[in-house]
Design a protein around this ligand. Structure first.
Ligand SMILES: Nc1ncnc2c1ncn2[C@@H]1O[C@H](COP(=O)(O)OP(=O)(O)O)[C@@H](O)[C@H]1O
Ligand SMILES: O=c1ccn([C@@H]2O[C@H](COP(=O)(O)OP(=O)(O)O)[C@@H](O)[C@H]2O)c(=O)[nH]1
Ligand SMILES: [Mg+2]
Length: 252
């Protein structure tokens, strides 16, 4: 376990960025290099919830899995690519939207609220989504996890860091033009209450306003791999495959 975590940590650092300010090994050693370098006030502004925990001397109670957030607008192909990644590389695919849709269809206390929010293209309260994702993470022994379509806002992101107590190792952003996303959503044909012209327009606005800042934040942290999502699903997966395959032995 420890060796695996260290290998993953070094993979992330070496492969994806020299700019990463935090990692599993930083947490394990309660060591924040940038804090010493730049002074507290400036750094505090940019500290994540996980870093704040580490600063207080709180450590995660067990070694965490390798977490990849998969982001992109509605219809950009997140779900399609996650299915392929899961099949090819053995990752566990957790779709935040699917978890919420299941919850919506069950007789749970939040079902009606979730339905209204999804229909309006808005974002479900963070606590609900994070608790569902947390439950899925806790109930698997798979150490390689894809979280599809989450976090959708900075508030989502902070709630995840606070409740789950970890950060993603990698963030994949499927970059797709709006007209292509609309075309794909409207021909998805899965009977979803939000796959209609009116809701998709709202979802695109929400994506720009609330989800893009999350991508900007993780770009600043050096964790984002942007993939042009135009082309066939197979063509796009080829780029995804290269991303994962280059360091395959380290993640699996
Ligand atoms: N590269 C692609 N080209 C054309 N259609 C695609 C592509 N990738 C996915 N699709 C289709 O577009 C729709 C939306 O894809 P999906 O994976 O559900 O996107 P997201 O999860 O980002 O909303 C689905 O019907 C899917 O089959
Ligand atoms: O973390 C999440 C994920 C999804 N949703 C809601 O669920 C809808 C569908 O999300 P999904 O990821 O399934 O849509 P996709 O982008 O894949 O089309 C979103 O528009 C939101 O209303 C949410 O509130 N929080
Ligand atoms: Mg999806």
């Amino acid at each position: 376990m420890w060796r695996r975590a260290i290998m993953l940590g070094s993979w992330v650092r070496s492969s994806f960025s020299s700019k990463i300010l935090t990692s599993s090994s930083n947490l394990q050693h309660n060591h924040l290099p940038h804090q010493k370098q730049y002074g507290m006030k400036f750094v505090d502004l940019f500290m994540t919830e996980t870093e704040k925990l580490a600063k207080e001397g709180k450590q995660p109670d067990k070694i965490r899995p390798f977490i990849t957030f998969v982001l992109g607008g509605p219809g950009s192909g997140k779900g399609t690519q996650c299915t392929k990644i899961a099949e090819t590389f053995g990752f566990l695919h957790i779709s935040a939207g699917e978890l919420l849709r299941k919850e919506m269809s069950s007789n749970c206390e939040y079902g009606a609220i979730i339905r209204d929010i999804i229909k309006e293209g808005k974002i479900v309260p963070s606590e609900i989504t994070v608790n569902l994702i947390h439950k899925a993470i806790k109930s698997t022994s798979n150490q390689n996890i894809l979280i599809d379509g989450f976090p959708r806002s900075d508030e989502n992101r902070m709630a995840f860091e606070r409740i789950v107590g970890v950060e993603p190792d990698l963030v994949i952003f499927f970059d797709c033009p709006e007209d292509e996303m609309v075309k794909r959503v409207l021909s998805r044909n899965e009977g979803r209450i939000d796959d209609n012209t009116e809701t998709v327009k709202k979802r695109l606005k929400v994506f720009d306003k609330l989800n893009l800042p999350v991508i900007t934040y993780y770009s600043w942290k050096g964790k984002v791999q942007k993939i042009n999502a135009v082309g066939t699903a197979e063509e796009i997966f080829e780029k995804v495959r290269q991303l994962f395959a280059s360091e395959r032995c380290r993640i699996l």
